[in-house]
Design a protein around this ligand. Structure first.
Ligand SMILES: NC(=O)c1ccc[n+]([C@@H]2O[C@H](COP(=O)([O-])OP(=O)(O)OC[C@H]3O[C@@H](n4cnc5c(N)ncnc54)[C@H](O)[C@@H]3O)[C@@H](O)[C@H]2O)c1
Length: 419
């Protein structure tokens, strides 16, 4: 390949940091079907909040487009489009298929197509490859090359970014694998090459499945220990003193990765006539935790003979220090409470009002209501909430108000309930 003309397809939480890193060494086109996203990025606005205006302005080798004809000269494509699940909790591959069709129109001899979107083992070769070959009239390994490299970054204020993460890469062709290793080594901590695309796909899916199951276990333990009048945090602290104890915290598992990826694996497994037992059991527990929390709030309100039900939720994003609302499980809690007559107010300083208003009826932009709420629920571990402490929360809730600390961020004796 003479010169690299890189295109990143899907400029979201994953695509933008990837395109930005690659553009330090090469010209990169960031393509997205969302005209709004491209318009914003051209104005140096990143709604994912991964980049501020100053940082975006510095990326002078990165251009943005929603016009697919601009991909004409691209010879290496990185696909980073969403891979969600549908209402039946089955893989929704529509974005991936649409992106593949766009790429297929532009591949030519020696093009490399790299998928980074999370998929089940086999998806790239069974679903994407036939589309690429059919629409381009070209043959894999004879004309063009295919690769899969899962994205493992942790968006938000996390220390795990592209530059300090090892990239796993699998490819259909040794030469393409070497070329990609060379490219990724410049932007990542290191690369770990595997012999096939399917292995790379499977590696990613088990990283998140393992995490989901571990959290499901502590969530279930938390439910059991509550019945035994035991504080799970104290139990975990004690158990963690053993060298091989893996410590996880109970909590709501939302987002588009941990709560979604296991379903990709179980879907494929079921297609192969094996119905997973452990993985789906974990999913069931984690998917039920939002309602479990809501039921406990109602129970506490009743037991404490509180008449009104004004509930303040602190944090709506699916994880700490992040503005991402997708599949956030606190909405299960909110809907359940609202159906039972509660007035639920949501405060999340990290999420823009216009975005929050799509899913929330009562938005709080400032915590300045004196002794107004009956219950405060701390749902995410935003640094801001940790710093704030219970003192300022208590000013907002009634004298006999309750604090539910779902993430155990405050000392036990300052709150009324934790997972
Ligand atoms: N966000 C994460 O923390 C994370 C981490 C690791 C892996 N992943 C995986 O990476 C993939 C992308 O996730 P994300 O969080 O960046 O999603 P995202 O929704 O933030 O971004 C995806 C972008 O793709 C665009 N898009 C949709 N269809 C398109 C198409 N046909 N052509 C071009 N653009 C299209 C959307 O408009 C959007 O801007 C998913 O498979 C996800 O599971 C995400």
């Amino acid at each position: 390949m003479a010169s690299l003309n890189i295109a990143v397809i899907g400029i979201g939480y994953v695509g933008l940091p990837l395109a930005a890193s690659l553009s330090k060494y090469n010209k990169v086109i960031g393509f997205d079907t969302s005209k709004k996203r491209i318009k914003d990025l051209k104005k140096y606005i990143d709604s994912t909040k991964e980049f501020n205006t100053k940082k975006l302005k510095k990326l002078n080798k990165l251009s943005f487009t929603s016009n697919s004809s601009d991909l004409e000269n691209s010879n290496i494509f990185f696909v980073t489009v969403p891979t969600p699940i549908n209402v039946k909790k089955k893989p929704d591959l529509s974005y991936l298929i649409q992106a593949t069709k766009i790429v297929a129109k532009h591949i030519k001899k020696k093009t490399i197509v790299v998928y980074e979107s999370t998929v089940y083992p086999g998806c790239t070769e069974e679903v994407c490859l036939p589309i690429l070959e059919k629409l381009s009239n070209l043959k894999l390994n004879k004309d063009f090359y295919l690769a899969y490299s899962p994205e493992r970054i942790n968006p938000g204020k996390s220390k795990y970014k592209l530059n300090n993460t090892i990239k796993v890469i699998g490819s259909s062709n040794k030469k393409a694998l070497n070329k990609l290793s060379e490219i990724y080594k410049k932007i990542c901590l290191n690369v770990h090459t595997v012999s096939g695309i399917k292995t790379a796909e499977a590696a990613k899916i088990i990283e998140n499945t393992q995490r989901d199951l571990n959290i499901a276990l502590v969530n279930e333990l938390s439910i059991i220990f509550k019945k035994m009048d035991l504080d799970i945090n104290k139990v975990l602290e004690a158990a963690s003193t053993k060298w091989n104890f893996a410590k996880f915290e109970p909590g709501l598992v939302g987002g588009h990765c941990i709560g979604v990826d296991p379903y990709y694996l179980t879907y494929k497994s079921e297609k192969l006539k094996y119905k997973p037992k452990v993985i789906l059991a974990g999913r069931k527990i984690n998917d039920s935790m939002g309602i479990y929390v809501a039921k406990n709030i109602i129970k506490f309100i009743k037991n404490n003979k509180i008449k009104s039900k004004k509930i303040l939720i602190l944090g709506a994003s699916f994880k700490e220090n992040c503005s991402d609302l997708r599949n956030s499980k606190i909405f299960d809690t909110i809907r359940y409470l609202e159906k039972r007559g509660a007035q639920v107010y949501v405060y999340d300083p990290l999420i823009a009002k216009n975005i929050l208003s799509r899913s929330v009826k009562k938005i709080v932009t400032k915590l300045n209501k004196k002794y107004f709420y009956d219950v405060a629920v701390i749902a995410t571990k935003h640094d801001q909430f940790i710093k704030m402490g219970t003192k300022s929360i208590k000013k907002n809730i009634k004298k006999d108000g309750l604090i539910f600390d779902l993430k155990s961020i405050y000392p036990t004796n300052q709150t009324d309930w934790r997972l």
